[in-house]
Design a protein around this ligand. Structure first.
Ligand code: ADP
Length: 661
């Protein structure tokens, strides 16, 4: 069951200059042809795209793009000075940036744009937000919000991600076919060899290529391509450094004859309830040698096959981009413009990407919840977490998006190193990075703004949309129902050509509403679009492992652990009444010991003993298969979950009655 088309976020046109004369006007297509992704409640919609691009230089003061750079420049020169109208703003949110590391520069710009208060050396008093460069644990924090989830780095490592995707592929093979077939080395080497042999026997014309990627590696480090399982380099490194071997996507979409991938920014705003936002624009990173399908002769040519910026920058062909639609790093929107002008169905592509992102996060949440309850047990005052993730996506020739990996710490650098003269390097601003990344950080902050939340909590009614101020003739973004976040769709399913909810830079001060207190009024529309819970209904059936994780967490017992002991497992079996004459408690113990020992021998986490979530999931699947033999796997698992939930609810009911008695 594939979800119906998901609405694309409005893309911002960035490629007019590049388009050949006579090509259809581009970006308008995604937003104008169909229903447009709605804003999160309370956020006004700006036709940032048309306004910014068509009127760039006239509109002129938006904090994004070249105008934004100018604005930032001003902010840099006079950080303390406030322009007219700003004095009415509420006091800024406090942000501890002392651990921001390489994201510091982009964070600083964002904070200046928001007029929030930065504490670059930390603060004795608590801050509202702590911005960490690496992990949740960079600081000891007990309140406020942190931009990292505990356990995220571990959860998105290549091996852990592959395992999580495999579990979902076992349950929902069609829904999760956007992740290449993968095997974990060294433990699955025999399986890899056997499966490849079987597939080749079945289809002798299949001439696959595989890519071997060391676990925990990044920037293309240690990656190589092979044509045959026997080419795996088994000496030393594989034993000491496990890896994932994956089917290589041989027919990627090419632009200018070059392979490229997409870095898309995704905000996981909350885990419970699940809230996901996707940035409207991302980056496209290009190879620097024209692409050819892999052959034994070209397998080692990294500039042809690997799109990593950190590798390609060393190629003589690397072109530093001085605009968003040229060079070796461009905006994703500029690629979409090109595709759209060639008649590609960009709306469908966006819908597929949104679906890929939601499904991937659904695969990651069970593990994240285990880490979360361990570091921030229920009842602890805080902090709460959010995180920007970097999704690396490859487009196939047929425009099908393929997930390559998820980065817990996507680079937020907005500068690159340039060789000014031989041997002389200097960090120079990278306009493409700045355009995309500053907007992502700034808008993440706007979405997690604690003062906005407080205001929302104290207002009984939904605040009015800060919309329809500068009323321009922008078709596209429709009126948004504050409650639903959807609306303005005509009977033909097309967005009504409503006036845009423009807070145009040149109009904003004159047309500010009385009592307007949102600093957003001075900012462009959010570049982050909510996709979950917006599309929750279409995807909730996929959240089976989440429910298994809830059972696991319930029986973990001691706070602060991530592994289930034998007693916890026995209690789970007893309370859910899963043992019987055919499945004795002795058999339960054997199941526990077998699975736990195997998972622990895989050397994933030796810090604690006991059964990890993935081992529990495997045990749960075993139990489900025993109990509901004739059903397909996902029905077996769903049936067992329901049975367990039902029995636990009944038990809870009984205990309540006993308590009352
Ligand atoms: P790293 O974290 O080291 O960057 P990735 O998984 O992102 O590792 O892989 C590096 C590059 O290799 C990607 O950017 C992409 O260009 C290429 N690549 C990775 N996996 C595949 C695949 N399955 N098919 C085709 N190309 C791939």
């Amino acid at each position: 069951m594939e979800p119906a088309g998901l609405e694309p976020p409005e893309m911002e046109p960035t490629c007019e200059a590049e388009e050949p004369p006579g090509s259809p006007s581009l970006p308008a297509e995604a937003p104008q042809d169909g229903p447009v992704a709605a804003d999160p409640p309370g956020e006004g919609e700006l036709p940032a795209a048309p306004c910014r691009e068509r009127e760039r230089g006239r509109c002129g003061t938006g904090p994004q793009g070249s105008a934004g750079r100018a604005a930032r420049g001003r902010a840099r020169r006079a950080p303390g000075r406030r322009s007219g109208g700003e004095s009415a703003r509420r006091p800024g949110v406090t942000v501890d940036s002392s651990k921001a590391k390489t994201s510091l520069e982009a964070l600083k710009i964002s904070l200046r744009q928001l007029r929030w208060k930065e504490f670059p050396f930390g603060r004795r008093l608590p801050c509202d937000i702590y911005w960490h460069g690496v992990s949740f644990h960079d600081n000891n924090i007990f309140s406020g919000q942190v931009n990292k989830f505990p356990g995220m780095m571990e959860t998105v490592r290549k091996i852990t991600l592959s395992r999580a995707m495999r579990t979902m592929q076992d349950l929902f093979p069609l829904e999760y076919n956007f992740y290449p077939r993968s095997w974990i080395l060294p433990e699955e080497l025999p399986l890899f060899v056997a499966e490849v042999r079987m597939l080749k026997d079945r289809n002798p014309s299949w001439k696959p290529t595989f890519i071997v990627k060391p676990d925990g590696g990044c920037q293309g480090d240690g990656i190589y391509l092979i044509k045959d399982p026997s080419d795996i380099r088994l000496t030393g490194s594989i034993q000491s450094r496990p890896a994932v071997v994956q089917e290589y996507i041989c027919k990627p979409l090419l632009v200018d004859k070059l392979k490229f991938d997409i870095r898309l920014y995704v905000l996981l705003k909350s885990l419970e309830p699940l809230e996901i936002y996707i940035a409207k624009d991302g980056l496209s990173r290009f190879c620097t040698e024209p692409y050819q399908e892999p052959t034994l002769k070209n397998l080692h040519q990294v500039f042809m096959h690997l799109t990593n910026y950190s590798l390609n920058i060393h190629s003589g062909n690397f072109i530093h981009s001085d605009s968003v639609n040229t060079g070796s790093k461009r905006t994703f929107s500029s690629i979409l413009c090109r595709l759209s002008s060639r008649g590609a169905d960009v709306k469908k592509l966006w819908s597929d990407i949104i679906s890929l992102v939601i499904k991937t996060i659904i695969a990651l949440t069970p593990e994240l919840k285990v880490y979360y309850q361990s570091d921030i047990p229920a009842g602890k005052p805080g902090p709460t977490c959010f995180q920007i993730l970097g999704f690396d996506i490859l487009l196939m020739k047929n425009l099908k998006p393929i997930l390559l990996e998820v980065n817990a710490n996507p680079s937020m650098r907005i500068e690159h190193e340039q060789e000014l003269s031989p041997g002389v390097f200097e960090n120079v601003p990278s306009p493409v990075d700045e355009e995309v990344k500053v907007a992502v950080i700034r808008d993440t902050l706007r979405l997690v703004d604690p003062q906005k939340k407080k205001r929302k909590d104290t207002h009984v009614t939904v605040p009015p949309e800060p919309q329809l101020r500068g009323v321009h003739e922008h078709p596209g973004p429709q009126e948004v129902s504050p409650r639903q976040g959807l609306g303005g769709v005509s009977s033909e399913g097309l967005p009504k050509p409503t006036p845009c909810a423009v807070v145009c830079c040149r109009c904003q001060s004159a047309e500010q509403e009385a009592g307007e207190e949102l600093p957003e009024a001075a900012l462009p529309s959010l570049c982050l679009k909510q996709v979950f819970p917006k599309y929750a209904k279409q995807f909730s059936y996929l959240r089976l492992v989440d429910r298994v994780a809830a059972l696991f967490i319930r029986f973990l017992g001691v706070k602060g652990t991530t592994k289930l002991g034998p007693t916890g497992f026995r209690t789970f079996i007893r309370n859910c009444k899963l043992s019987n004459s055919n499945f004795s408690m002795a058999a339960v113990d054997i199941l526990y010991i077998d699975i736990t020992r195997r998972w622990n021998s895989m050397g994933i986490d030796h810090k604690e003993s006991g059964m990890c979530l993935q081992a529990f999931v495997e045990a749960f699947f075993c139990l489900a298969q025993r109990k509901y033999k004739s059903l397909p796997l996902h029905d077996q698992v769903a049936s067992l979950i329901e049975l367990c939930e039902c029995r636990l609810a009944a038990l809870r009911g009984k205990r309540l009655v006993w308590g009352c008695g």
